[in-house]
Design a protein around this ligand. Sequence first.
Ligand code: ARG
Ligand code: ASP
Length: 717
Amino acid sequence: MITAAVGTLLSAVFFNAKADEGMWLPSLISERIGDMQSKGFRLDAEDIYSINQASLKDAVVLFGRGCTGELISGEGLLLTNHHCGYAQIQKHSSVEHDYLKDGFWAMSRDEELPNEGLTVSFLDRMEDVTSAVLNGYEEGMTEAQRDSVVKANSAALIEKATAGGKGLDADVEALYYGNQYFLFVYRVYNDIRLVGAPPSSIGKFGGDTDNWMWPRHTGDFSIFRIYADKDNNPAEYSEDNVPYRPKRHFSISLGGVQEGDFTFVYGFPGSTREYIMSEGVRYISEISDPNKIALRTLRLEIQDRYMSQSQDVRIKYSSKNASVANSWKKWQGEMRGIRKMGTVGKKREYERKFREWAEGTAYDGLVARLDSLYRILEPYSYASDYYAETAWTVELGRFATGYSDLYAKAALSSSDTVAEKFLKEAERMAASFYKDYYLPIDKESFIAVMDMFDRNMPDGSKPEYFFRNMKRYGSVEVWADSLFGNSVFADSSVLYGTIAGQAPHDAWMTISSDPATEFGREFRKWYSEEIRPSAKRISDEINLTYRDYMRGQMEFEPERTFYPDANLTLRVAYGSVQGYSPADGTYYFPVSTIEGIMQKDNPEIFDYDVPERLREIYRTKDYGRWAVTGPDGRKTVPVCFIATNHTSGGNSGSPVINADGNLIGINFDRVWEGTMSDIVFDPDLCRNIALDIRYVLFIIDKVAGAGHLLDEMTFTE
Ligand code: ARG
Ligand code: ASP
């Protein structure tokens, strides 16, 4: 059966992955530890992951649902990125206390701010459960039958793993497209308080201009504290809760980094697709990325224009703009990186050899099958991309539909209390929508993206609703005038005035025929009825075929070391501090310093407006114990560094660890030329970007004046 074959394959292959590529499972790290040690690591596998004793894994957490954090004191102090704590920092901010702008520092424990809904998850253990998950599966079963075996067995494993323990949570995850299954058991804490964050002029220094770029000077960190009940167990927020006492926290190295030093990143990368075939890569780099980039360019131009004209609009759209710009910029790097590496051609060549080898084996015909499935999928992927980047981005349509859905639920509720719950939810949704909404941006974006939809979607795939309206209004501009001019959602007071005093059912009737609701609803209906079912059916088929292709690749290349694609589970990536050459005639050094901050300083440019306090420290060279000798022999302060660790989205906030297991940095980004690493890793170009831990300490101590926090940390040289 599958399990046994994969098991032998996995343990038969050792130390020969390409330099530094890979995100390894901590529980199997003994298979890599020899390679890690040969590259400078001085600890053992048990120090990284152990189920018998405290190990480094006990100091690493999944922060929220998409970042990583690490424990840095025996009293629950936790480090992550500024951009990972951004939502919480923003939530506590108001005009009087603008913590985004000015930063926030709790000067005592009772000033630490609770954050409803925020969780951190500790990995208790992970375990290969392949045979338990496939127990009852027999050769010849249909995929649906296999699925129900997998689901039932997984549910039983999860139930058993989470029984009788406070805050326990568990998942069974498929690795290698379902050739292997792992159980992950977590302990989830939910009283997490904000302790400190630098001002955005430090924590987001360089903004979207410098995002995904090196050289970098962003102080991208924030600090939280985990609280527990008196027995150190997870507990809802309570004043009686006490700081959590971790099994393990990081010692902080003050020794700094040098080119060539061993580094290791321990965190939760979200998603990679390293083993997909050429057609998949071609679709991403030649069709999907360019389409999505073009559509976002239009929206970003509109947002940037309005944001530069008004402070109020800038605040409203800062978070939306950052997330639109973040992927937009990443896709550009990814697309170029894939083209530069010639990945599509290289994969085709690989597939040609694989096909030859596979002739007459169980893997015969797989590549051709995948190839034709991708061709069948393409129009659906194309339409999904277009939907996601056009109609779905129209804020008014999305809000109106969501709001109307809640009214529908309220109207159809069997009890008043249930109805009340939905109405309250609608109220909250509206409050947060209007707080950050600016209609002219939305309307102009509507015109821009729907015009592209009209021009670039094949007529045969457009929704009937779209034709109807184009016929009725003649152009997207006139359609937009009518939609934004007549929708009651366009103005909160009109909305509230219209439905005031109406019973939920009447209000629902009123708003469900609103043009904005209709727009969101009709497009959603088109997507969920005409696009998604086929897209899903074909993708499922593709993934199923990948299960065999993955196994085939492992047999085809028995000497190659495979690592499972990222899936937001804990991984180890290791490498070394290294500069790189992004282009002919150019070489980037791996370390940046405060000199670079001051070189970028420009009060006229929002992203580069250095806070006065930092300027003053620089002027007087008041670096205190944080001074180091720079490359030119003068006193300076280190800021960021790059290394060859294979990381992905989700690794933000991950600890960067040195050869002795001590903390030297916080991971927060990758270099632009290397963002294709989610699909293909190039050891010459792929670099993760980390904040030097000494810059973090310098900011806490010298800029924030929160040096008392250092008293609870553990330092080593
Ligand atoms: N590029 C980093 C990551 O993918 C940081 C993003 C946040 N910063 C920003 N300027 N948008 O998450
Ligand atoms: N900035 C990313 C994150 O938030 C990290 C990356 O994509 O390299 O996880």
